[in-house]
Design a binder for this molecule. Structure first.
Ligand SMILES: Nc1ncnc2c1ncn2[C@@H]1O[C@H](COP(=O)(O)OP(=O)(O)OP(=O)(O)O)[C@@H](O)[C@H]1O
Length: 206
């Protein structure tokens, strides 16, 4: 799937009296990777949810996002607890020809082998995070949106997981909401800092 340019134009969003975005315009070049930075409560999740079509802006518009062509990882793990990691990935994968063995081989790069046959409810928080990430990365799409994908991971595991993400981008556009100061460098991504509200975004999104 070809990655096209995506963005938001003059986007405004309030929750009650609280203004999150005031005419925010941002553009993300197709096939490039970006880290969204902002303090806690700065609107990273809200922007991702607007791009996903799960939240409606008060005004302004989203550009270039094709429904059904987005891979998503939410801040909370949305997994089927009773199923194994392999079954979770298979459940979301639209291509029925993708075999269990192929999914196992992918997951084995970021999870211990014994974890692959356990129900995800039995896994640690960091392992569950990796299953959720695999569900997103293995879903065919042109845009990948990840909300805090590396929480609960130690440095060595995070490095492995970032290698996994980079190897599976294959030209897709990636936007990651993160607090990690070194995430952009590790991902080879540009940093976009969201304005506190009112001003333009900082960084090198084009
Ligand atoms: N459904 C909602 N109802 C009311 N307020 C909301 C809602 N969703 C988000 N907010 C508010 O909007 C602001 C932005 O929240 P958001 O979750 O987008 O920030 P964030 O940058 O992702 O934060 P964090 O880094 O803590 O995850 C916050 O003040 C939050 O309380």
């Amino acid at each position: 799937m070809r990655a096209s340019r995506v963005g938001v134009e003059r986007l405004s969003k309030r929750f009650g009296m609280h203004e999150v975005f005031d005419e925010l315009s941002l553009e993300f070049a197709g096939g490039c990777s970006y880290c969204l930075r902002a303090p806690s409560g700065g609107g990273k999740t809200t922007l991702l949810r607007i791009l996903m079509g799960l939240e409606r802006p008060d005004s302004g518009r989203v550009i270039g996002v094709r429904r059904g062509a987005i891979s998503v990882m939410f801040q909370e793990d949305r997994l089927s607890d009773a199923l194994t990691p392999v079954e979770n990935v298979a459940l979301l994968h639209p291509d029925r020809r993708v075999s269990r063995r192929m999914i196992e081989a992918e997951l084995a790069e970021i999870l211990p082998l014994r974890a692959l046959s356990q129900s995800v409810v039995e896994l640690s928080g960091g392992m569950r995070r990796r299953v959720a990430l695999a569900c997103a990365m293995l879903f065919p799409s042109s845009l990948v949106l990840l909300d805090e994908p590396f929480t609960g991971l130690d440095t060595a595991t995070k490095r492995e997981v970032i290698d996994f993400v980079r190897a599976r981008l294959r030209g897709r556009t990636l936007i990651v909401a993160t607090h990690g100061a070194d995430d952009a460098e590790m991902l080879g991504a540009r940093t976009v800092t969201l304005p506190t509200s009112g001003g333009g975004a900082d960084g090198d999104a084009v």
